[in-house]
Design a protein around this ligand. Structure first.
Ligand SMILES: C[S@@+](CC[C@H](N)C(=O)[O-])C[C@H]1O[C@@H](n2cnc3c(N)ncnc32)[C@H](O)[C@@H]1O
Length: 452
């Protein structure tokens, strides 16, 4: 303890560090006599000069300022892109790090043993894989309107970009067309300090298989020539959201369709899907297909099963499973996503699927009462994972098999531990790399009731 107290560096201090490993979330881990320093912008083997941004009793956070000696897995950066913080780490090493972090979370946080950790599925495309990008408007030093991403750690500074290497070329071109039009119109960017101005964000969403593009402009309440925007945007659907929110969010507000189609069309796993602007859709279409394939493998359906798809979004996982099940019941909180799921079942001639709008926490019990207990239950919750109450409801529902699709191994681990405590054994886990060049991790886990 005394050694720790003596070492504890102050904010602003400069340290020379050798990075040993990568922490969950993406920072490098270095040690000073056992005292841990998390260093952003540094990779294993790097020797860096870093500046402390936060000094705590048990650990410090620092930002690498100079690379004194590169580690063995460094590769040259491809693009100046805040959304690709791991791009200087060799891709194979990114995969190893993700695989290791899933294992570490399950064993250390969940204290789970006896499961098969299967090898991570690498991404098919390591760049230009995102089907949705959310950009922000701002002004550069000369006052010119720009559209790009927040500078790291800055809520008020937007850095312009010419080519977002996570988006497709048509997606980039759509952003550029909207930006050019906004400049021509002389529209002001929203000022995040003063809460004045108009233009806040631009969402570009793409059907990778259909080639469709939708753009949604998010502004403060105010006016613009929406018809002219629609004519210039060159998109299949043009949306305008007006919001009074003080925060940086593209959710909420009043959204109207300015021109074109009300839904984006996409194809996935042989299904033709429609997607509403507010509905969730996995951002990596190609890898979503792999993810759902794995969920199907883990579900191991024989045809007699009643299957629940909780947090079902537009019905994607459930609709890929329904043909091999007796009946499929989906639950989702966003009403327009549920409407999409119902329509997606209809147009793909899946006639044994029902979808309901509701909060899983409150509606699961009623779904069991109406539909009966599920043999197989699929969950795909947001990053926060399942609350204790939802875990209790799942335990009450008593499925034989649980397929857990997780975008956060640090919440999967305690949830799997709670389910293990209640009698479900963690059997198999497989990470899928949906987000190359970033530390984000997706995985699928299979839990089975003891005796199954
Ligand atoms: C990670 S997404 C998964 C969606 C879908 N399974 C897919 O792969 O496209 C999580 C979904 O849970 C929904 N959701 C969030 N909180 C919820 C809740 N309390 N009850 C029901 N659905 C919820 C979100 O709207 C979102 O569609």
């Amino acid at each position: 303890m005394e050694a720790t107290a003596r070492i504890r560096p102050q904010r602003g201090a400069e340290l020379e560090l050798r990075v040993e490993s990568l922490a969950y979330g993406g920072a490098g881990v270095a040690r000073l006599d056992g005292y841990v320093v998390f260093v952003t912008g540094a990779f294993p083997g790097d020797r860096v000069r870093a500046r402390v941004t936060r000094g705590r009793r048990a650990y410090a956070e620092a930002r690498a300022e100079e690379l004194l000696e590169p580690g063995p897995d460094r590769v040259p950066p491809v693009a100046d892109h805040p959304g690709a913080p791991w791009q200087e780490l060799r891709y194979e090493r990114q995969l190893e790090a993700k695989q290791g972090q899933v294992e570490d979370a399950l064993r250390r946080i969940g204290r789970l043993e006896g499961f098969a950790l299967e090898p991570i599925v690498p991404a098919e495309q390591t760049w230009r894989y995102r089907n949705k990008l959310e950009y922000s408007f701002g002004r550069d030093d000369s006052g010119q309107l720009v559209c790009g991403f927040h500078a790291p750690g800055r809520f008020d500074v937007i850095e312009p970009l010419d080519d977002c290497r996570l988006a497709s070329e048509p997606g980039n071109a759509a952003r550029d067309r909207v930006l050019a039009w906004c400049r021509d119109e002389g529209l002001p960017a929203y000022d995040r300090r003063e809460h004045t101005g108009l233009l806040r964000n631009l969402v570009v969403r793409e059907g990778r298989r259909t080639g469709q593009l939708h753009v949604r402009l998010i502004t403060s309440p105010g006016d613009l020539r929406a018809d002219a925007l629609a004519a210039e945007a060159g998109a299949d659907g043009v949306w305008w959201t007006r919001t009074e929110s003080m925060g940086e969010t593209t959710a909420g507000g009043e959204t109207e369709l300015v021109a074109g189609a009300a839904h984006l069309e996409e194809e996935l796993a042989g299904l033709r899907l429609r997607i509403s602007p507010e509905a969730f859709f996995q951002t990596n279409t190609e890898m979503a297909e792999r993810l759902y394939g794995l969920a199907g493998e883990y579900a191991d359906l024989r045809g007699f099963e009643r299957v629940f798809d909780l947090y079902c979004g537009i019905g994607t996982v459930g609709l890929t499973l329904a043909p091999r099940a007796a009946a499929l019941f989906g639950l989702e909180i966003v009403e327009s996503a549920v409407a999409d799921a119902i329509e997606n079942a209809r147009r793909n001639e899946v006639d044994n699927a029902s979808f309901y709008a509701g909060d899983v926490r409150l509606a699961l019990r009623e779904l069991v009462a109406r539909a009966g207990r599920p043999e197989v239950l699929v969950v795909d919750p947001p990053r926060a994972g399942l609350s204790k109450k939802v875990v209790r409801r799942i335990v009450e529902a008593a499925p034989r098999r649980i397929v857990y699709v997780s975008c956060n191994p640090t919440t999967l681990a305690p949830n799997a531990a709670q389910l293990a405590e209640a009698g479900w054994a963690l059997r198999r886990v497989r990470p899928v790399d949906m987000f190359p060049q970033t530390p984000h991790i997706e995985c699928v886990a299979l839990l089975e009731r003891a005796g199954s």
